[in-house]
Design a protein around this ligand. Structure first.
Ligand code: URP
Ligand code: ZN
Ligand code: ZN
Length: 475
């Protein structure tokens, strides 16, 4: 009998710290040896001229999420995790949404039922707290955090989701007690409502006015406020989907002060701008997400945030709605005003090819930073490291083999999600994952799905190492 199940031979292994020529031996779903001349295995995968990277971890995706009446999200666990695998991902972290009036435990139970037997890659859940009742704050949330749901998101905007500052302080107090990590969607709710009303009264209702309804100060102010509330509460905080320099500089300032404030940005803020929303009829709706894509200077700022470590994670914020039909981007009400266009765009498969092509190939970031931003930092931030997010003896064999030279024009047909368009259609991409393996089992190979939806596992998580001992770096 061979010593190993699989050997990946002849490739260049890249971690967040090192780049080296090594074979990778796998047994029982784990990496068991690294080195050259490791001997024989049941299966040998040739990775000559290829990069052998930790499988991507996308820590910000929306799958099978309950929606406003008449709206349907385009991906469930089956299609969302399938698309994730095509994009070189091996773990995704979607959000389990508590609807107003709903028990958090019930929401979690229902979300597990959605995921059961329908995951091509591994999954773990963040919570979304929309109704921080006494029951939630005193019992359900602390118990769920102890059970491995160790991070939760709160919203400062959106009808039905926005928390008041008081409520933010309430949930942050629970995070302080328990060591959970708070993720914040930072936009000023009242300012958006005010501006939306004004725009509508002026007849400015086309999708492009979505961007005008939530300009940069809306995001900057809320980012500042979220950081201040976290500082008051002495908790770490992750500001998600940051779109521009002013919000990025708020995060940098807090980090310079020694606060544990973390930042995330996404592909839409690197390669799209507000101009993409300005298309005829409803075409601009394909780019409606919040915060909206900004301008070229904001793209430069987001790259700086990635290069300089202000942003430690790069996620997709995959939140897909179909363009055709009545339940997505062309919701009948949405045609009357941008206010009703469902917010969110797909990106779960495109995230890493975009970061690789625009980042590594164009010389903006090196390969090690690519790995940190795409996998390792997600695992460290959300309590999955070192089981996930690296290539090391003892870690799960979650691996993506990349062809760094492969040139393709991005098209929706390559992504295999449940949506019917990609906002990144037509982008010229160099570099693509040609094989994705989850715990030693190949899920996607050379553009073909070979995995099964029963293979993906649910992962309870440790508390984030970054979220212990309060919100300030102790000196
Ligand atoms: O527009 C967006 N980002 N939709 C997804 C929900 C969220 O705020 O993350
Ligand atoms: Zn958000
Ligand atoms: Zn999101």
């Amino acid at each position: 009998m061979n010593r190993f199940d699989t050997i990946i031979r002849g490739g260049t292994v890249v971690t967040a710290a090192d780049t080296f020529k090594s074979d990778v031996a796998i047994k029982g779903g784990r990496i068991v040896a690294l080195g050259l001349d490791l001997g024989e295995a049941e299966t040998v995968l040739d990775a000559t001229d290829k990069l052998v990277l930790p499988g991507g971890i996308d820590s910000h995706v929306h799958l099978a999420q309950p929606q406003a009446s008449g709206v349907v999200i385009a991906d469930d666990f089956l299609t969302g995790t399938r698309s994730a695998a095509f994009g070189g991902n091996t773990t995704v972290l979607p959000f389990c949404l508590q609807e107003k009036g709903q028990s958090l435990r019930e929401a979690v139970k229902a979300y597990h039922a959605e995921a059961e037997g329908r995951c091509f890659v591994d999954v773990s859940f963040h919570l979304i707290i929309s109704d921080p009742t006494e029951q939630v704050l005193g019992q359900e949330l602390p118990a769920l955090i102890e059970a491995g749901y160790t991070s939760f998101k709160v919203f400062m905007t959106y009808d039905g989701l926005a928390l008041t500052d008081w409520q933010m302080l309430d949930v942050m107090a629970v995070a302080r007690e328990t060591g959970a990590l708070v993720m914040v969607h930072a936009e000023n709710y009242d300012a958006i409502r005010f501006l939306t009303d004004r725009l509508e009264k002026a007849g400015k209702t086309a999708p492009k006015y979505h961007a005008a309804s939530r300009p940069i100060p809306v995001e900057r102010e809320a980012t500042h406020r979220a950081i201040s509330l976290a500082e008051l509460s002495d908790v770490p905080v992750m500001i998600v989907h940051v779109s521009n320099r002013e919000a990025m500089e708020e995060i940098r300032r807090a980090q310079t002060k020694g606060l544990k404030v973390f930042g995330e940005t996404c592909p839409q803020y690197l390669v799209l701008t507000e101009r993409d929303l300005d298309k005829i009829d409803m075409e601009g709706a394909k780019f409606v997400c919040s915060p909206p894509p900004r301008d070229n200077e904001s793209q430069v700022a987001c790259w700086e945030g990635l290069q300089q470590g202000v942003f430690s994670v790069f996620s997709s914020d995959h939140c897909p709605y179909r363009y055709e039909g009545d339940a997505g981007k062309q919701l009948p009400k949405g045609k009357s005003s941008f206010r009703w266009v469902p917010n969110g765009i797909p990106g779960i498969a495109a995230r890493l090819p975009i970061l690789f092509s625009e980042g590594v190939v164009k010389g903006r970031i090196d390969l090690n930073r690519f790995v940190a931003l795409s996998a390792t930092n997600h695992a460290k931030t959300y309590g999955l490291y070192p089981r996930k997010g690296t290539i090391a003896v003892g870690s799960d064999a979650d691996i993506a083999i990349w062809d760094p030279e492969l040139k393709q024009t991005l098209s929706h047909t390559m992504l295999h999600d449940g949506c019917d368009y990609s906002p990144y259609e037509g982008l010229e991409i160099t570099g693509w994952p040609v094989l994705t393996m989850v715990r030693g089992t190949i899920v996607v190979r050379n553009g073909a799905l070979v995995g099964t939806p029963r293979h993906g596992e649910y992962l309870p998580r440790e508390k984030s190492a970054l979220a212990q001992d309060g919100g300030r770096n102790r000196r």
